[in-house]
Design a protein around this ligand. Structure first.
Ligand SMILES: C[S@@+](CC[C@H](N)C(=O)[O-])C[C@H]1O[C@@H](n2cnc3c(N)ncnc32)[C@H](O)[C@@H]1O
Length: 279
């Protein structure tokens, strides 16, 4: 189990969807422009948010395989997608439905990306995709992934990789110190060894370019306002928890920082999206 809180994933879903960068999304859509059918492998799929954001930009017939190592999240993905698609769910079987002129099937695969990534890529899907995953993995794993992906000459659409910057309005004098401690926490192992954290997207793009891929990369920041108050509160709480675990900031300073950001007007969290394809 990864311990990813489904409520956190569902809370961030609308913001994740509206934050996606147009460039890589259009490049991905354009790459499959002449295709009638596509198979899609979604790595670290969680509750299925990536499918719900991407399907409209892909060919008319789509066969998705949602992969995660958390059976609770996979079961939620199945439940949420059947409601979203208005189809009854049958345990152990894939979902099949039509929506807005597109026909989708969705299967759910329990797998551990630490050990199974080469096997998954060897199934040769048409597209490999992932949302909010690459900052969790190690640079070493990214290199392994890049070897497998480019060896099979498959395209990659990877969205919402955290790149390390947070900007709060109004700001506070210790914002930079908190952010730096948070980023230190982001590099702690999430099961794959030392996490690439804020360096992940740069490392991934460089690894793919070095293996002969063209890489479109564009900022996809969360731009949060007072309308996103629940997400902001949850985010601030998670930052305080993570920074607290680093022991890099005394508790009273951390409490003062939290107190200063109870009702921010704006908060920006940096991410990037990537579409990469073999040349
Ligand atoms: C930040 S969440 C993103 C979930 C989803 N893609 C989204 O955008 O809402 C990261 C996901 O990666 C999954 N994950 C983490 N480590 C994994 C591993 N070793 N094998 C498979 N999935 C893993 C988690 O269970 C979680 O669902």
């Amino acid at each position: 189990m990864s311990g990813f809180d489904p409520e956190w994933l569902l809370l961030r879903e609308p913001v994740d969807h509206r934050s996606r960068a147009r460039g890589p999304q259009d490049a991905c859509s354009g790459y499959f422009g002449g295709f009638e059918q596509i198979t899609v492998l979604d790595l670290g799929a969680g509750t299925g948010s990536n499918l719900r954001a991407s399907w409209l930009h892909l060919p008319n017939r789509q066969d998705w395989c949602l992969v995660d190592h958390d059976p609770v999240l996979l079961a939620m993905a199945r439940r949420i997608l059947s409601t979203w698609a208005c189809v009854p769910q049958a345990d152990g079987e894939h979902l099949a439905f039509e929506r807005s002129g597109k026909a989708l099937t969705v299967s759910f695969a329990y797998a551990d990306l630490r050990t199974d990534i080469e096997r998954l890529i060897a199934q040769r899907p048409g597209l490999v995709t992932a949302a909010a995953l690459f900052d969790l993995v190690s640079c070493e794993w990214i290199d392994r992934f890049a070897d497998a992906l480019t060896g099979a000459r498959l395209p990659l659409y990877a969205v919402l990789t955290y790149t390390g910057n947070a900007r709060w309005e109004p700001g506070h004098p210790i914002d930079a110190r908190i952010n730096s401690a948070f980023n230190e926490h982001q590099t702690r192992s999430k099961g794959f060894g030392p996490a690439a954290g804020p360096q992940a997207a740069r490392h991934l793009a460089a690894a793919l370019r070095a293996r002969g891929y063209a890489v479109d990369i564009e900022d996809s920041p969360w731009l949060l306002t007072v309308d996103d108050n629940r997400l902001i509160q949850s985010l601030a709480h998670r930052i305080v928890q993570a920074v607290g675990e680093t022991d890099l900031v005394p508790a009273e300073i951390l409490a003062a920082w939290r107190g200063a950001h109870t009702h921010p007007v704006r908060c920006e969290i940096s991410h990037v999206d990537i579409f990469a394809r073999p040349l």
